[in-house]
Design a protein around this ligand. Structure first.
Ligand code: FMN
Length: 184
């Protein structure tokens, strides 16, 4: 027996780490949105892809400036994620609304977000329309993370409490680290 999930098919591919994508307007006004559809797509050169709704303000700003930052944050900022994922920067200042602090990035014009634990600064490589979204492929110009919660082995999941999006208003936090057994 199967449950039919075509109209929520993407939840089969969740949970996904939810990041904040920051962008900036020509006049220098920053914006931020929640984004669960993100992934690495190349190591050499370093590149990532994000799928961003074509109606969103972020979509317009990334096309306009050709740059964006990806900001990763812990579970204590779940409400901020929700605000950034349910309001549009066309109408409100989400930094103020969500109590987030924009700070200058190292290599790009859009800001990074002070409260976050890790950052990827990206220059737009190219983009392709995909249904109601645009897939933006960004070259990662710089990437850095707080030593408190990240090492060469990856996230210290107990310390960071990474919120992963299940769908709707539901999130989950990874708790266990496991390794595949090696066959002789
Ligand atoms: C947890 C969560 C994850 C989201 N992930 C995405 C995503 O991957 N792509 C997308 O286009 N919108 C996503 N959204 C919705 C956008 O964040 C939302 O449309 C936002 O209001 C756009 O803001 P903007 O108009 O200021 O750019 C997500 C919302 C939430 C709450």
């Amino acid at each position: 027996m199967y449950v039919s999930v075509l109209d929520g098919f993407y939840k089969l591919l969740h949970p996904c780490i939810t990041v904040l994508v920051a962008s900036v307007s020509r006049s220098g006004r920053p914006n931020v949105m929640a984004c669960a559809w993100n992934m690495p797509v190349s190591e050499e050169p370093p590149m990532i892809a994000i799928a961003i709704g074509r109606e969103s303000y972020t979509n317009e700003l990334i096309k306009e400036s050709g740059e964006f930052t990806v900001n990763i944050l812990g579970r204590e900022y779940l409400e901020a994620i929700w605000i950034c994922g349910t309001r549009s920067g066309r109408n409100v200042n989400k930094f103020r609304l969500a109590n987030l602090t924009p700070e200058p990035a190292r290599r790009v014009k859009p800001p990074i977000i002070k409260e976050c634990a890790a950052y990827l600064e990206c220059k737009l490589h190219n983009y392709v329309d995909s249904g109601e979204c645009t897939i933006f492929i960004g070259e990662v110009l710089d990437a850095y993370a707080s030593k408190e919660v990240f090492s060469k082995d990856g996230w210290n999941i107990e310390k960071i409490g990474l919120p992963l999006h299940l769908g709707g208003r539901l999130f989950t936090i990874p708790r266990e680290i496991i390794q595949p057994k090696l066959r002789k």
